[in-house]
Design a binder for this molecule. Structure first.
Ligand code: SF4
Length: 458
């Protein structure tokens, strides 16, 4: 009963966040940077920030996450961190030999006002960046936005590397947004099944879900290569999955290299996956492959079989805006009622409007908050109890207090394993989500059933 002091009465708060449903911008920037092959993320700030960001990613992905830091001390905090970053760039290229250093700022360097583009230029002009190596930079002040904003900003900075040669490469860029490495793998697999040649960026598959080989590699085999990033400017189009995670980068590339872009929802659940597959199929000018038709049929079959258990079950859900949009659509499509919806990211009216459209007609009153916190979600649940809570690890405290079935989903998941290996996107991911939802509901039913109703068969 760790949250036993959470009161039922909801008071409007403007200046205080309690139990945030988000984390800080640089974590997103660091995760995105890890999706470039041979890239070392660099935190331009104090060691403490970098340690926190690395450890959060390491705890979620259960893989060692390397990153360097400008290691600000009192001097840098007063006079600026330019000297630290110049020295860091020199040291990193000399000692670790990455292909790219992806620098992101922190609250401290942003507050001082360090000018990242100027420092990068200076490093270039002073020969601190070796031939064929690159330094990217993203501004990621954590007092605005969230990890989603940081991810988006770092992906946008990757467009710096894109080049346009006027000869199209026949490929489609896919910006997957902040999803698990397993999800990125699955999105690539689905795209390949439609026969489309793709460049995914960033791509953390094979980086944060790689195999145990007995050999430590500072830069794992996975990730988008520099050549691929350069080539994105010659692609025939870009598919950005998620308005908040990916659209900015896609639009920037369009502006820079005239690569037309389309923004789609992340392919969670039946309908959003259908839209993804249909778009890929249209680009390729082919029919949907038999494999995908088969997988879709399996998902529809499972929905049909399980529907009676989902019908009108109330759900509270917290997560990132792009993920929530498709997941709420999925829940509504299987006749569940997402009645409390919270994102910690400042997704604004656009998000709320979309959620209202998606939940229209579900027959329940729906609470929605963009830039809300888990405290609010907990209070809502006290006033309107639910049958299931879907949230990152931090939801476990609420679930325990309210004795509510709990499904871990989103970022971070710190107390379970496997999410980096099993996708929840696509038709196959939909199957996994359904299985997890049903198991959570059935485990509760079994726990509470008296002997006469303790069923052996579903
Ligand atoms: S919120 Fe700011 S100061 Fe705190 S860890 Fe994140 S970047 Fe560092």
């Amino acid at each position: 009963m760790l949250l036993r002091h959470t009161p039922k009465e909801v008071v409007d708060r403007k200046a205080l966040m309690i139990n945030p449903a988000k984390t800080c911008q640089p974590i997103g920037a660091m995760y995105a940077a890890l999706g470039i092959h041979g890239c070392l993320p660099h935190s331009h700030g104090s060691q403490g920030c970098c340690a926190y960001h690395r450890s959060t990613l390491t705890r979620h992905y259960k893989e060692p996450v390397s990153a360097s830091t400008s290691s600000f001390t009192e001097g840098a905090s007063v006079f600026g961190g330019q000297a630290n970053l110049m020295q860091a760039i020199n040291n990193i290229f000399t000692v670790y030999e990455p292909d790219v250093i992806a620098v992101h700022t922190t609250c401290l360097s942003e507050t001082i006002g360090d000018d990242l583009p100027q420092i990068r230029k200076k490093a270039q002009s002073e020969g601190k960046i070796p031939e064929g190596k690159y330094v990217l930079g993203a501004s990621t002040p954590s007092y605005s936005g969230s990890h989603v904003t940081g991810f988006s900003n770092m992906v946008k900075s990757m467009i710096d590397l894109s080049e346009s040669t006027d000869v199209k490469n026949g490929k489609v860029n896919i910006i997957p947004g902040w999803v698990e490495p397993s999800d990125m793998e699955e999105i690539k697999r689905m795209a390949a099944l439609t026969g489309v040649d793709t460049i995914m960026f960033p791509d953390t598959s094979g980086v944060l879900n790689g195999p145990m080989t007995g050999e430590y590699k500072m830069f794992p085999d996975g990730g988008t290569t520099i050549e691929e990033l350069k080539s994105t400017g010659d692609s025939i189009g870009t598919l950005a999955l998620g308005e908040w995670c990916s659209a900015d980068a896609a639009r920037t590339l369009d502006k820079k290299c005239k690569v037309p872009c389309k923004v789609l929802d992340m392919p969670f659940g039946l309908k959003a996956t259908d839209r993804f597959v249909d778009t890929m199929r249209t680009v390729a000018g082919v029919s949907v492959s038999d494999e995908l038709v088969f997988e879709r049929g399996q998902l529809v079959d499972m929905i049909t079989d399980m529907h009676q258990y989902f019908y009108k079950k109330k759900v509270a859900i917290a997560g990132d805006p792009d993920q929530l949009i498709s997941m709420v659509e999925f829940l509504v499509s299987i006749d569940m009622c997402p009645v409390h919806i919270v994102t910690g990211s400042p997704a604004g009216k656009k998000f709320i409007k979309r959620m209202e459209e998606l939940t229209e007609g579900i027959g329940c009153e729906v609470n929605i908050k963009a830039k809300g916190d888990l405290f609010t979600l907990h209070q809502w649940m006290k006033n309107e109890p639910v049958d299931l809570l879907i949230c990152n690890t931090y939801g476990k405290y609420i679930a325990r207090d309210e004795d509510t079935p709990f499904l871990r989903w989103g970022f971070p998941i710190l107390d379970r394993q496997g999410h980096q290996y099993f996708p929840t996107v696509g038709y196959k991911g939909g199957l996994r989500m359904l299985e997890k939802i049903l198991s959570a509901l059935m485990d509760r039913m079994d726990r509470d059933a008296d002997d006469a109703k303790f069923e052996l068969v579903l």
